[in-house]
Design a protein around this ligand. Structure first.
Ligand code: ADP
Ligand code: MG
Length: 700
């Protein structure tokens, strides 16, 4: 950036070394530019004053005028607080301070008019404002804020050193005055013209000093677009680079195995979505470039079958495949179902997991090295260094988010020169915007259609008062011969208590259903016992499975058609959806019953409502992202991409993101290395974002 913006923040009038230190340690603000790119998250209309009688606890920040009638100090030690009774002609409200009590008492005057600014809350049935900003009429007039005051996120530490939002606001205004005419453009002129963007200087100034809400749209559009555009430029150019660097095997034959399976063994018609995805994969593996494809599809949408057919394609072209699952149970399950699909075809399938005996292991290793084994299914054990393939051509990774980036990278290195094709499957739908960013360097396929004949799971939400009806319902279902899951939360912070809840639940369930066999499974169990319990449930020996979320991923018991989730308010949305995916796998109508306590936070209520309303994994993923924010969604933490968008919001700015991606792709197509004069500005722009987010894409 221009030198002006590179100046150290301590040189900004009003900052100095001490505050510079705090800005640096708390917000990573080191330079003028860093400050200018620290954006307000909302604005407060400082033209409006409220009457005290109009104020209620659900309001955001408000302003009012009035006088302090009296003070009172309450409590002792660290419970000590100062309260003031603040009045106008419509009523009174309580102001509260927990810190700097002495200072407030000394400086605030009784019966003098103040402008009070803060966020109302409710405590003990009274409306109050904690740590309000107080200023006199004169102070208010002198202040340099815009009519709409930007509100900035600050930390406790900053607040205690007089660097609250208001102080940041003031610094921004000082900086803007100094910066006039000194902020250079960072996007190519033609792009600015094409999209009718406002200049960078204009956008930055408007964001910090907003005088007219109409200007905000253009300013924030410009800044959001640029932010997303630069991310997309990076992702797409890395993708491009990788595609050039890593050659891939060519699977050009659709041969005997694929065709025989398709024509003679496939027990049903592929869904249209499966056909489309198969086409996408075949295009990928037939062009000398390594495939990196993410296959998304709800539980039960038939991803495994797509993987199987891709593996047959590999065999037809003389390559081995491996299929990696996140748990032993799942690996076994895949082994069984794939073996069953391929029964009668002459294909060598191996199973390798942590519990494979040493003697068997030796044989498996040998068969792999000779190339006798054509498909190897297993867990992490697959990626141990001792496992050597003759010619690994395809790696399928199921339920990807359980595998770290590093583990995936290890697979790449199994071949010296040409890496195998990679197909990653996930049943945790990722919102489109997130996929474009976090997995922006992968190609994405979606199976958005369930095989025909599936009955959507019916979902209900009940409170404790319906417990008896639920029990009656379970009795009936069990009499009809179906099996039931009862799931309890298990969250690490209160693990002991949760374990007790689970065990109590188990005992209680046995009492309630005295003639029925019950299994229990949780993560703390010895693996052997866990396997046994799972096995008993799978074979129908036990009819009820009391469990924690260990059953979340992939376990397949088609005869289980009822899922009861206890304390459902404690589960995340995508977790609930995964759990629900355990039922509805057979021909019977299935049910998911969400039990919750009466007291629900707004967010939990929305989660439960969403579950009752829809079975659509993508809709649920979008809602999940809205409720939790994009940084919390599964997979983003491991993705390795620095998730520090400053102004764009992946949950809301999908359209801008799409535009940014399209524009980035268009520019890279003409000028992949950004070498023209016109695009040189972009190269500089990319270099400037110094984050270490370059490594990830070479392995993800
Ligand atoms: P996923 O891995 O996506 O959760 P699976 O591949 O395990 O789904 O498929 C779920 C069930 O649906 C399996 O029993 C599978 O055999 C079956 N299935 C897959 N594709 C189809 C199809 N096109 N028509 C009917 N049943 C299918
Ligand atoms: Mg699956």
């Amino acid at each position: 950036m221009s030198e002006f913006l590179d100046q150290y923040i301590k040189f900004l009038p009003g900052v100095g070394p001490a505050k510079a230190e705090i800005l640096n340690s708390e917000l990573k603000i080191k330079t003028f530019g860093d400050l200018l790119f620290y954006f307000p998250y909302k604005y407060i209309d400082r033209t409006k004053f409220y009457k005290i009688s109009e104020i209620h606890a659900q309001m955001s920040y408000i302003q009012m005028k009035g006088v302090i009638r009296s003070f009172e100090t309450i409590g002792k030690g660290n419970k000590e607080r100062l309260t003031a009774c603040f009045c106008d002609d419509s009523g009174n409200i309580e102001l509260v301070w927990f810190r700097s009590i002495k200072w407030q008492k000394k400086n605030l005057r009784l019966n003098k008019e103040y402008i009070v600014f803060g966020k109302p809350g409710e405590f003990n049935g009274r409306i109050s404002i904690v740590h309000p900003e107080m200023e006199t009429e004169e102070e208010n007039k002198l202040k340099p804020v815009g009519l709409f005051q930007g509100y900035y996120i600050t930390t406790e530490k900053m607040k205690s050193r007089s660097l609250n939002s208001k102080a940041i606001n003031k610094l921004q205004l000082t900086l803007i005055n100094l910066a006039k005419g000194k902020i250079k453009e960072t996007l190519p002129e033609p792009l600015i013209k094409k999209l009718k963007l406002v200049s960078l200087e204009n956008a930055l100034f408007t964001i910090h000093k907003l005088e007219n809400t109409n200007d905000l749209k253009n300013a924030s559009f410009r800044l959001k677009f640029e932010e997303l555009f630069i991310v997309q430029l990076k992702i797409l150019s890395l993708k491009h680079k990788r595609e050039n660097k890593f050659k891939g095997y060519k699977f050009e034959h659709v041969g005997y195995n694929f065709n025989t399976f398709y024509n003679n063994f496939l027990p049903f018609e592929l869904t249209n979505a499966q056909k489309r995805v198969m086409k996408e994969i075949r295009r990928d593996v037939n062009c000398n470039i390594q495939m990196n494809r993410l296959l998304q599809g709800d539980v039960g949408s038939g991803k495994t079958l797509v993987a199987l057919m891709t593996m047959l394609l590999a065999i037809d072209n003389g390559f081995q495949s491996c299929f990696m699952a996140p748990t032993e149970i799942l690996a076994q399950q895949h082994f069984q179902s794939i073996s069953k699909f391929l029964q009668g075809m002459n294909i060598e399938i191996g199973l390798l997991t942590g519990s494979t005996k040493a003697s068997e292991r030796k044989i498996i290793h040998k068969n792999l090295e000779y190339g006798k084994t054509q498909i190897l299914i297993g867990t992490h054990a697959l990626i141990e260094d001792t496992v050597i393939f003759k010619n690994l051509g395809l790696v399928v990774i199921d339920e990807q988010h359980r595998f770290g980036v590093a583990q995936r990278a290890k697979l790449w290195q199994k071949n010296d020169f040409i890496p195998p094709h990679i197909l990653i499957m996930t049943a945790t739908p990722i919102p489109r915007t997130l996929a474009m960013t976090v997995y922006g360097d992968l190609n994405i396929s979606v199976i958005d259609e369930l095989p025909p004949g599936r009955k959507p799971v019916q979902t209900w939400h009940f409170f404790e008062n319906k417990r008896n009806q639920v029990l009656n319902f379970l009795h009936k279902q069990l009499e009809n011969g179906t099996q039931v899951y009862i799931v309890y939360p298990l969250i690490s912070e209160s693990e002991k208590m949760d374990l007790k809840n689970l065990e109590d639940g188990y005992i209680h369930t046995k009492e309630l259903f005295p003639n029925i066999e019950v299994s229990m499974v949780h993560g703390r169990m010895k693996p052997n016992l866990k396997e046994k319990m799972m096995h008993n449930f799978k074979t129908g020996k036990t009819k009820i499975m009391v469990a924690t979320t260990v059953i979340e991923v992939g376990v397949d018991v088609p005869n289980a058609s009822v899922m009861v989730i206890e304390s459902a308010e404690r589960f995340g949305l995508s977790q609930l959806h995964q759990l629900r995916g355990r039922v509805g796998r057979g021909a019977e109508q299935s049910y998911c019953i969400l039990m919750s306590s009466y007291k629900l936070s707004n967010e939990s209520r929305k989660r439960l409502e969403t579950m009752v309303r829809t079975n659509d994994g993508f809709e649920i993923a979008e809602m999940d992202m809205k409720l939790r924010g994009p940084g919390e969604i599964d997979g983003t933490q491991q993705s390795g991409i620095g998730f520090d968008l400053k102004i764009a919001n992946l949950a809301k700015d999908g359209k801008i993101l799409q535009l940014a991606r399209d524009e980035a792709a268009a520019i890279l197509e003409k000028d992949p290395k950004l070498l023209t004069d016109e695009n040189n500005i972009l190269l500089k722009n990319i270099m400037r974002t110094k984050q270490a987010d370059f490594e990830w894409s070479s392995i993800s």
